[in-house]
Design a protein around this ligand. Structure first.
Ligand code: GUN
Length: 295
């Protein structure tokens, strides 16, 4: 079994990004600039946003964090989005989700200029992705593709099973892997909560992408010998013996499955490490005008 080491890969890509920043600044350009808007004090969101800002620092990007309390009005948040849309010193920005219940997430997502939508959540970017046009790819599927590319995982003609149909992981993943591209060109089955005979589908998979958010759902008996297993899940489960009181695990029973498969991502240290790096890659694309051109 080969371990797909997201941590090491993220380190390699960060070094490449840092080198790009060095070249840009040497040529007299400013470093790419990512802004993040964080509303309220949801602990998981705080950790995610902190990681994004920290990763910017690691590669020499500029970053800005705009924090607002949970009672910020939708109107004020939309104004902030508008300011960021118009700010030429910001290449790309994200509004961390989830937002408090009184704010319409869809309205906020639609207000973000698709040219600065480095999360790839705007329908304009999603549509471009589905048609194979230049776009900002959503971070997690983009991280999975990068892992497949760099570990030379052959997807052509393979049976891929994606577990989960979320807008930001399962659905875009299924589209990307079925397109005529590399990685891609696979036969993709998208499984979800209403799928009949789920285990039979999983057992057919040459490549399994698990993104259902159920701790250790996929067990050894479900997985085909020699399969490639990409575990996107990051679940917190109680672990009273640990200082924090919890441990992180994926959607796959790693210990049970690892000796049966050809390749597998660990959790933590797998795909999760690449999602932030994908956001940085999108921000570099934005700074260079690679998707929509430079005005
Ligand atoms: N919440 C969980 N994941 C994400 C993400 O990738 N982007 C944003 N904006 N919010 C999130």
């Amino acid at each position: 079994m080969q371990l797909l080491d997201g941590k090491q890969l993220a380190k390699t890509i960060r070094a490449e990004l840092a080198e790009e920043v060095r070249k840009m600044t040497e040529a007299g350009k400013r470093a790419p600039h990512l802004a993040a808007v964080l509303v309220g004090d949801d602990p998981a969101s705080q950790v995610y946003v902190r990681n994004k800002v920290r990763s910017c620092e690691k590669v020499g990007f500029q970053s800005s964090l705009i924090r607002k309390s949970a009672d910020v009005s939708e109107e004020e948040l939309l104004q902030i989005v508008q300011q960021l849309n118009e700010d030429d010193a910001v290449d790309g920005f994200i509004v961390q989700l989830p937002l408090p219940g009184h704010i319409d997430e869809e309205k906020v997502t639609l207000a973000i200029d698709s040219k600065k939508d480095v999360d790839g959540f705007h329908p304009a970017n999603f549509g471009r992705m589905a048609q194979g046009l230049p776009c900002y790819l959503p971070a997690t599927p983009s991280g999975v593709l990068e892992m497949m590319r760099r570990y030379d995982i052959d997807t052509e003609g393979k049976e891929v099973v994606v577990l989960g149909r979320s807008n930001i992981v399962g659905t875009p993943m299924s589209i990307l892997l079925s397109r005529k591209a590399k990685p891609g060109n696979a036969t993709v089955t998208l499984c979800h909560s209403r799928t009949k005979n789920l285990q039979e589908h999983i057992r057919r998979a040459d490549i399994l992408v698990a993104a259902i958010g159920i701790p250790e759902f996929v067990t050894a008996d479900m997985v085909r010998d020699g399969a490639v297993v990409i575990d996107v899940g990051i679940n917190r489960v109680d672990a009273p013996e640990r200082e924090k009181g919890y441990r992180l695990c994926g959607d796959v029973d790693f210990e049970g499955v690892k000796d049966k498969v050809a390749m597998i991502t660990p959790v933590p240290g797998g795909v999760g490490q690449l999602t932030v790096v994908s956001l940085l890659m999108n921000t570099l694309k934005a700074a260079r005008g690679e998707v929509y051109g430079k005005e």
